[in-house]
Structures are given as structure tokens and as C-alpha cells.
Write a protein that binds this ligand. Sequence first.
Ligand SMILES: *Cc1c(COP(=O)(O)O)cnc(C)c1O
Length: 466
Amino acid sequence: MDNNEVLRKLPKIDQVLNDQRLVAVFEDVPREVVVDAVRKSVDEMRKDMLAGKETDAESIFERVEKLVKKTGTKSLRRVINATGVIIHTNLGRSVLPEDACRNASFVSTGYSSLEYNLKKGTRGSRHDHIEPLIKRITGAEAAMAVNNNAAATLLCLAAISGEKETIVSRGELVEIGGSFRIPDIMDISRARLVEVGTTNKTKIDDYKKALTRDSAMILKVHKSNYAIVGFTDETELEELVGLGKKAGLPVAYDMGSGLIADLSEYGIREANVENVLKTGIDMVFFSGDKLLGGPQAGIIAGRKKYIDKMKEHPLARALRIDKMTAAAMEAVLYEYLDEENAVKKIPVLKMITDSEKELEKKAKKCAEKIKEALKENEGFHISVQPSENRIGGGTTPLTILPGFAVVIGHNEITPEKTEKSLRANSIPVIARIHKESVNIEMRTVTEEETDIIAETLKSIYGGEDE
Ligand SMILES: *Cc1c(COP(=O)(O)O)cnc(C)c1O
């Protein structure tokens, strides 16, 4: 084709844009994105025609649709977590209960009582919504929520220690991932770090000897994502609390995971907020989106005089939670008023407590669906196998939950190819490769999601052999 002929055959941008087929398909996509895609598609088509490739002008709609799918989708997307890691740090940590999301949506699509006292008709505090629930559930005298647990640590150090000394065991100077390192946070807060003991042993006498006129606080940090085993000694919380009382110093505990429910019958031996507060400790803080199973937040609970100090500190404003988080958090905490119910309704707790039997049943059903989806393709072998799952999120590093996976292998197609195709789906499926196969872990996928996984595999490999 020569240039003139191409120009004649090439679809006109305006015509394409006004075509009913596009209007209907892209109702939800901003016009900018569609216009861009049409321009690029017409451009590509011109190049193809000039290169002498067989080109049908009608294929413009297909080209535009493909391009919009690629460029017009949002960056932050819903994915299916088939890794079996429940609180997956890279996949958004805790999955929220539906009720919590509905409440966040309802409260924030209109005006709200975020800082308004409905009884008095006057200004209120955003703490008023969550604080009563935390007090009731944990037995704390007062409570507040900030952006995350890193923020809680920072605020506590800045407000309670100030520029004075905070004593921490050398075995607890942890890095939590990302760039949260206790010594760095202390630096930023301007609290002076006094390290005591050794990596594997810190005794109450080590803390005692470190006390000076400049001491402001004793801080304990939970070894969330690692364990020190062997020749070890860790000071009991009760001893620390006792020492704090004698010395007239507050004791704070960065608990990390924030377990509220009692999961001991499921083999999860992680300190529970209520029990820690019963030791008489002054302050605890923990994440909202680890074992609590709520939205991202840092919850601080403890003695009113310290919580008040934190609420009044200038950093509190910079670290505060917004109304969507407050609404979601209130709904999640509400579930904890009935703990048996909480274990069923909060996805993180449900995933942790799902039994092997249930997982095996789900796996068998899922394997059947996948076999059906791939039946035209003979090279696949699908099986159900026991596996190991982790809670993740830097919690319970030694806990392994027995799981079940649907294992997808193929004689020729590499697991890397299948993993990548699953990840490229409109609802991306994130799976793990293990021993030359793709594993779909049942603990972190719902029944409905197994349908999507089967459909996705069908659309990738459906019918014809690769
Ligand atoms: C996870 C964790 C943090 C950080 O919490 P975020 O909510 O991620 O900010 C801090 N301290 C400990 C001990 C943790 O386990």
C-alpha cells in the first residue's frame, strides 16, 4: 500500500471514538484514556499497513480494547493470594471483613460524626469512636489509634521519653522490614537509647543497673519476626513492670502483632493484648492489620495519663487515622465483642483457624474444577497435596500451619510460564512455584476465588495445546 491508500483505509479517530461499540465498552474508563488508546491503535495500524501486513480496519476496536485493558486499569488492584501466607506483607496484609468495608464506604460517602458529638451538638474527638471499644475488649483504661504501629512507637517515644533515656534490651533492637528499625525510630523521636544486656540474655539486673536520673521509660519490643533459641534469657514482663513501679518509670511494650482473640486452642501461642495489660503494664501498642485483622493502624492502649499525653502531642495530628480507617476499625472491633463470632467473621482469624479437613475438601473441589478447565490439554497433571502455610506479616515466625495445595504440573509448559500468565489475569492470581509445579494454596483463597482460578487457567490454556 502506498501512503495515500493507507490514509484512505485508515479509520478516522473521531469516527472510532463516536462508535457505539466503544461507548458501551468503556463506560467506566475516563475519555482521556480511550482517546489515547485510539490514537495509539490507529498509529499502529498505519505502521502495519505501510509494512504491507494484512490489516482489517474493523480490528481497530479489538486493538483499542486490548490497549485500554493494559493501560486503563488501575494500578492498585484486587488480587488472589494463592501463596498460603495469610498476612502477606506485599499483598496488602490483612483482608478486611465485608462489614468493615461497607461501614467505611457508608460513613465516608457522606458527612460523618468524625469529630462531632451528636449528643451535645458540639465539637467531638475522633478518638471517641474506637476508644470505648478497645477499653471494653482489652480492659485498658484508655486508648487511641494512629496511622500504624511504627507511628505508635514514634509517638510513644516522643511524648513519653522525650529527650530523656529509654532502656531497651539488646535482644530486642529489631528491624521489622521495610526500614522500621527500633534504634532509628528512637533517633527520630529524640529519645536517648540505653541498650542493656546481650543479644541472647537480658536479666532484670541489667535494667536495674541502667537506671539513672535521666531515665524516662523502659521499652520492651516483641521479637515478631525472629526467635532467639538455645542459651537464652528474657526478662519476664511482670519483673519489668515491678521494676518500673519501684523506679517510678512507665513501662511500654511494642507488641507488634496485636492478638486480641484467644487462639491457644488452635496452637497459636502469641501474647494476647488483654493478658499483657493484666500485668499492670503502662502502655502497649500493636498493629491494626496483623493478627487483629483490621485496617492499617497502630493501636495504643494503657494508662490514661500517658494516653492523654500522646493525644496532646503535636505528632498525634501528623500520625492520626482518617475516617475510613476509623469506620473500618470500629466495625472490626465491634466483632470482637463476641469472640467466637470474631473468629468466624474476621478473615485473618478464619484463615488461621481453618482446619486441615476443610482445606483438603476445598482443595479436592478446586482440583476438580481445574481438571475440568484443562481437560482438553493433555500435558497437565493436577493433584492435591499437603503443604505448609505461614501466618506471615512478621508474626509467629516459628508457627507452621498444615495446609493443602492444588499442584499444577505440565510435561512441557514451564511452571514459570503458568505462574506469569496467572499473574497477568485481569484479577491477578499470585501463586508460588514449588518443585517444578505451580501451587495454589487453599488457606488464602476463597471458594469463589477457586472458580476464578479455574476460569483463568481455561482462558490461558483452554482447548488448544500450547
Ligand atoms: C510489625 C511491627 C511493627 C510495625 O508495625 P506497622 O503496623 O507495620 O507499622 C513494629 N513493631 C513490631 C514489634 C512489629 O511486629
